[in-house]
Design a protein around this ligand. Sequence first.
Ligand SMILES: [Zn+2]
Length: 163
Amino acid sequence: MRCPFCKEDRDKVVDSRSSDSGRIIRRRRQCLACKKRFTTYEKIGESFKLSVVKKDNSRVPYERDKIIAGLQKACYKRPVSAEQIQQMADKVEEDIFRNFDKEVSSSFIGESVIKHLRRFDKVAYIRFASVYRDFNDAGELIEEVSQAIAESEDIGQPKLFDQ
Ligand SMILES: [Zn+2]
């Protein structure tokens, strides 16, 4: 497996877990070069093929890199590390693989990204949600922003709950 951080192709598996009645194996890997951890998913028995159904009903192969790219764009110049972006992508993939087998809608992925971004970084979350949800008017956006601010005051340190 190629490391998503340094692109080195040497790693060790530190943890394996199966989900979806054992059909999907989630492996936690550690890169031997940079020591960072990342997650891979493997499907048993058949090659792993998940399609993303877009709004116009066309289908494209699922690619984790697209989620990473979306997260990176949302987190541009925000205090979010490459490792945290990988963690968010892991959580989005868990949502996807827990619920879908062959096809997943692009809107499900978008909402899942929004959900996890919201817990990590409010600004990145607003940035992503405003582009993704295409808010119709400023009032809608302001409502969303004030709700996010109110929640961030409630939540305090979300990382404690994420472990
Ligand atoms: Zn590495």
